[in-house]
Design a protein around this ligand. Structure first.
Ligand code: URP
Ligand code: ZN
Length: 461
């Protein structure tokens, strides 16, 4: 099957050129002018006046995650279909294991859940205990295509591991080329603050944020970086939300430390004022780390522009309003997490519209760098001969209003309800197959493939 995407402006992390894209079966065969020369095509996709972008790569999702009080409402089928509507064609979800359970057993369970994915998908592994058995499993994990593991400095008794454990994992990760992704919030003092607020009868959603101050994210980020430096290992800070944490990343990068940081649209567009909405509405916005002040948003945009933040992912972990209700009268029982997998490209594109970031930086942040850091490049994250033909055709002039009434995520509210946005995702191709076009959806459960990821590529990151 030969498909020609014609008339568009092809945008990669480095170039913006008027060019056609020739797809043969599942891969890009050629990019340029007159690429049809010498052979006919079976299908033409007209991209006149549109941008042709690499499919988005969202490296932080939690489909059907079991949390202490509720299961995330998108499963791998509904969540990946919604992602596709929003121009994301690859996800990397966080697999987990139970205490005492081998990492590979947890991975096998997650692969089963992910079998219904509409999109190509990789998996990270959340490691909740560190011992010789777990460390000995790392080479097998890499062989199974999992080249990144997540550790937590938060959630004592559930996920948190101590500094010695972190240091041991960083040493082993360095040896095997695995990247450690860190949830950097200092869980000890946070739990004390939670206890104090509960004791004082401070039960509203805003006390979620008051219990998790930015200073404790800054402290943990700095400590994680110091441990990585000591181990001689790179480190990746997930869902960085605050100026305090960014300052430590920036300082470390300035002295040549291999630290990489991810932020999420919620930290760029929402704030603690949303958590403080009247009544229980703030529950819609409860996630960890919590939403910060408007000043932090400003700093994060600077970080994206200047290169100190390299990835925009979603931390997609939606709960329906009925699930959020579990925490009415007790903010500690509000399921933590927000919907976002469908809105990521659209929201970050507003940064292009507002001239916060360039179009090429937009591609780098949403596709190319995440693909590189997580061992998927150049198969994913770019448009080049030999890459998978995962393409997004975006009309930069189209306008619409974000709403739960029209989104496709399995959640009955939107954090961005009523927000007017520019840029319409019109057509999406996954490995040469059109899965979104003309307002219709053609993807299907099980069409996504498991991606055995390679080791990270940090060049130009
Ligand atoms: O609040 C969040 N982010 N929930 C998802 C799980 C996690 O901590 O990343
Ligand atoms: Zn997460």
């Amino acid at each position: 099957m030969r498909t020609l995407v014609t008339g568009g402006t092809v945008v990669t992390a480095s170039d913006t050129v008027a060019a056609d894209v020739l797809i043969v079966d599942e891969q890009v065969a050629a990019v340029g002018i007159d690429v049809r020369a010498g052979a006919g095509v079976d299908r033409v996709v007209d991209a006149t006046g549109r941008y042709v972008l690499p499919g988005g790569v969202d490296v932080h999702t939690h489909m059907e995650l079991q949390t202490p009080y509720a299961v995330a409402s998108d499963d791998f089928a509904t969540g990946t279909a919604a992602a596709a509507w929003g121009g994301t064609t690859t996800i990397v979800d966080y697999a987990g294991h139970d205490y005492g359970e081998p990492l590979l057993a947890g991975l096998a369970r997650w692969r089963q859940k992910a079998a219904k994915s509409h999109l190509d998908h990789g998996l990270h592994m959340m490691v909740r205990e560190v011992n010789d058995r777990v460390l000995a499993e790392l080479p097998a994990l890499v062989a199974a295509g999992v080249s990144s593991i997540k550790l937590f400095m938060a959630y004592p008794g559930v996920y948190m591991v101590d500094d010695a454990a972190i240091f041991r994992v960083l040493g082993a990760a360095q040896e095997y080329g695995v990247l450690v992704a860190m949830h950097a919030e200092n869980g000890g003092p946070i739990d004390v603050l939670i206890e104090r607020h509960v004791a004082a009868g401070d039960t509203a959603p805003i006390f979620h944020a008051r219990s998790r101050p930015a200073a404790m994210e800054g402290e943990a980020t700095g400590r994680a970086i110091a441990l990585a430096e000591l181990a001689g290992a790179p480190i990746y800070i997930t869902h960085l939300s605050s100026a305090a944490a960014l300052a430590t990343v920036r300082a470390a990068r300035d002295r040549g430390v291999a630290v990489y940081a991810e932020t999420c649209p919620q930290y760029l567009y929402l704030s603690d004022a949303d958590l403080a909405r009247p009544g229980f509405e703030g529950a819609k916005y409860v996630c960890s780390p919590p939403l910060r002040a408007a000043m932090d948003q400003h700093e994060l945009w600077t970080g994206l522009r200047q290169g100190d933040v390299q990835v925009v992912a979603t931390d997609h972990c939606p709960f329906r309003l009925g699930q959020k209700e579990l925490g009415r009268g007790d903010f500690t029982r509000i399921p933590n997490g927000l919907p976002g997998v469908e809105d990521r490209l659209t929201l970050l594109f507003q940064g292009v519209v507002d001239e916060q970031i360039s179009l090429n930086r937009f591609v780098a942040l949403t596709a190319t760098i995440p693909a590189k850091i997580f061992g998927l490049y150049p198969r994913k994250g770019t448009i080049a001969p030999g890459s998978d033909a995962d393409l997004v055709i975006l009309d930069p002039q189209a306008e619409r209003t974000i709403s739960a009434a029209t989104h496709h995520m399995n959640v009955d509210y939107s954090c961005y309800e009523g927000r007017r946005v520019q840029g319409g995702i019109e057509t999406v191709l996954q490995r040469g197959n059109v899965i979104v076009a003309d307002g219709s959806y053609f993807g299907r459960p099980g069409a996504g493939r498991y991606l055995a990821r390679g080791l990270p590529d940090y060049s130009s990151c």
